[in-house]
Design a binder for this molecule. Structure first.
Ligand code: CP
Ligand code: NVA
Length: 307
């Protein structure tokens, strides 16, 4: 396949269209069963180096609902798992399919796949970003709080892939984003600078602090992710000790606005990064976030793979 292709490796790759993607996702969500099939005959290859529930199922269902098809390819089945290069894998898959979704350990592998594929590549999580999650999160906030610009979004915990993309997405949407992270666990310095420069133009702000209550104060939404990301299992004990003060609990939610929403990208560990009573309580929107993975990814697929 030839022609100009468009990837989404970072949430910034769709920054010009982000609000449009959210609008389209809302439209697709409300007409979910209206039978429109704009991706009829299109095929998406999905490569998973790590586990997944939401990403795997939402992409597969999304492709089916748009009239296309998705192939689930695990490392166990692919020659990639036996040492074939990611570049060769990209070139071969590009001869068969219309797009590639990739969940990788390393960002460098993601870039190499994108550079060598002649079809659009979607980052479904690597060690730097998780842009698909951010699209769903922004739609969820918009559904519950209205216009994103000016809203205060507090992120508590590990400055990881989810945090990096959320910070960039919040900047693009003119939000006031504040992350509270322990020293040494802040989001990427380079991406923080990028986000701050975007936020300045959009009249929003990006702040990194250490105190979780300071971050949560007056927030419209309070967000967390796991303390131990996939691949960090060996550090679990130490991380649990370091991150315990960053748990989203009653005290944190009391510091936020009275009607604040509590967010988590899932999978979650109750009474670790989020107290069970918050996760299962009335302020929680975690399952809306999970559902919105489907609708926002459908909008993205429509944009990248549609004719
Ligand atoms: N939030 C998320 O990406 O979930 P999965 O790991 O289940 O895909
Ligand atoms: N930060 C987590 C997100 C899981 C969806 C991880 O990388 O494992």
């Amino acid at each position: 396949m030839t022609g100009k292709k468009r990837d989404m490796i970072s949430i910034l790759d769709v920054q010009e269209d982000l609000l449009e993607i959210l609008d389209l996702a809302e439209e697709l969500k409300s007409g979910r069963y209206d039978g429109r099939m704009p991706l009829q005959g299109k095929i998406l290859a999905m490569i998973f180096e790590k586990s997944s529930t939401r990403t795997r199922v939402s992409f597969e269902v999304g492709m089916l609902e748009l009239g296309g098809h998705a192939l689930n390819l695990s490392m166990k089945e692919l020659q990639l798992g036996r040492g074939e290069t990611v570049a060769d894998t990209a070139k071969v898959l590009s001869r068969y399919v219309d797009g590639i979704m990739y969940r990788a350990y390393q960002h460098t592998m993601m870039l190499e796949l994108a550079q060598n594929a002649t079809v659009p590549v979607i980052n479904a999580l690597d060690d730097v970003e998780h842009p698909c999650q951010t699209m769903a999160d922004l739609l969820t906030i918009k559904e519950h709080k209205g216009d994103l610009a000016g809203l205060r979004l507090a992120y508590l915990g590990d400055g990881n892939n989810v945090c990096n993309s959320l910070m960039l997405g919040a900047a693009v949407c003119g939000m006031n984003f504040v992350a509270a992270c322990p020293k040494g666990y802040e989001p990427s310095v380079e991406l923080t600078k990028k986000a701050q420069s975007i936020a300045k133009k959009k009249k929003g702000s990006i702040q990194i602090v250490e105190d979780p209550l300071k971050a949560a104060k007056g927030a419209d939404a309070v967000y967390t992710d796991v303390w131990v990301s996939m691949g960090q299992e060996a550090e679990a004990k130490e991380r649990e000790r370091i991150f315990m003060p960053y748990q989203i609990n009653r005290e944190v939610m009391r510091a936020a606005k009275k009607d604040a929403i509590a967010m988590h990208c899932l999978p979650a560990h109750r009474d670790m990064e989020i107290a069970a009573e918050i996760m299962d309580g009335p302020q929680s929107v975690v399952f809306d976030q999970a559902e919105n993975r489907l609708h926002t990814q459908k909008a993205l697929l429509y944009k990248l793979l549609g004719d």
